[in-house]
Design a protein around this ligand. Structure first.
Ligand SMILES: NC(=O)c1ccc[n+]([C@@H]2O[C@H](COP(=O)([O-])OP(=O)(O)OC[C@H]3O[C@@H](n4cnc5c(N)ncnc54)[C@H](O)[C@@H]3O)[C@@H](O)[C@H]2O)c1
Length: 240
């Protein structure tokens, strides 16, 4: 399959892209390169090769970019609550409007699968002791989380036999990545200290693998929403 992966230079993307390439897919990356200077370490086993990457802003994606693409994994956004709160209007332009436009262009271009990295932050504050599940009500508390909810709403409405969007409500990933986001918060660092390294690796790879599996959903699995996360937190999420 030819896969168009946005946010390919981010914390998750820089691992997901080689993961997909190693499974025989042709990957084309797309990213502004906001964090390009922050390459932390090189590990040939994790990142043996990096895909061809188009340097651009998703607000300016052109139909030409999507020619011949079978599936999109869309991750390029202002990707966490504190960053989104810096400029909520800009966050809505990138995270909501540009994401929906990308889906519209994808559908028009005949792209069959659209995998969107949503977030368990759509649930906001959970009151009960029970884990939130797919049908649980959403209660987004921040511009970042509101945009995730709006993209799910608007893009799921586009589902058709020819266009299959999938939403992964990921929990916060943690563990080492060549593109660590130390600017976000101390939370991932503290968690890393609390857990054995191998468990961190499992969590990070689980998110990448979930994205890859979603790209293989059959066409009849329209609008599947996968809550890949564990129990949502009871407080507003500070991380991505
Ligand atoms: N990391 C997590 O724990 C987590 C949890 C739930 C959901 N998610 C979602 O997964 C996705 C990836 O997360 P991440 O942690 O790798 O994020 P990240 O911030 O590390 O990476 C995002 C990438 O998108 C790029 N980008 C930002 N705005 C762009 C734009 N307008 N045009 C093109 N590229 C742009 C950035 O340069 C960056 O490389 C995001 O959508 C995020 O909301 C992440």
């Amino acid at each position: 399959m030819k896969l168009f992966v946005t946010g390919v230079e981010g914390y998750i993307g820089c691992l997901l892209a080689p993961f997909l390439t190693a499974r025989g897919h042709e990957v084309v990356g797309f990213d502004t390169g906001y964090y390009r200077d922050g390459w932390l370490f090189s590990d040939r086993t994790l990142v043996p090769d990096f895909p061809r990457t188009i340097n651009g802003d998703i607000r300016e994606i052109h139909p030409e970019h999507l020619r011949g693409v079978d599936a999109i994994v869309h991750m390029a956004e202002l990707s966490n609550d504190p960053l989104g709160e810096n400029d909520p209007e800009l966050t809505f332009q990138i995270n909501h409007q540009a994401s929906v436009r990308l889906a519209e262009l994808a559908k028009a271009a005949g792209v069959k699968r659209f995998v969107y990295t949503s977030s368990c932050s759509v649930y906001g504050v959970a009151d009960g002791a029970e884990p939130m599940t797919e049908p649980s009500p959403v209660s987004p508390q921040t511009a970042y989380a509101k945009c995730k909810t709006l993209v799910e709403r608007d893009v799921s409405a586009m589902a058709s036999p020819e266009f299959s969007p999938t939403f992964l409500r990921n929990a916060t990933a943690y563990g080492a990545s060549p593109r660590m986001r130390f600017d976000i918060s101390e939370q991932p660092v503290r968690r890393r200290c609390d857990h054995p390294k191998d468990r961190n690796d499992q969590r990070r790879h689980a998110v990448a693998a979930a994205g890859a599996r979603a790209g293989h959903l059959r066409g009849d699995c329209l609008c599947t929403r996968s809550a890949a996360g564990s129990r949502p937190r009871r407080s507003i999420q500070r991380g991505p």
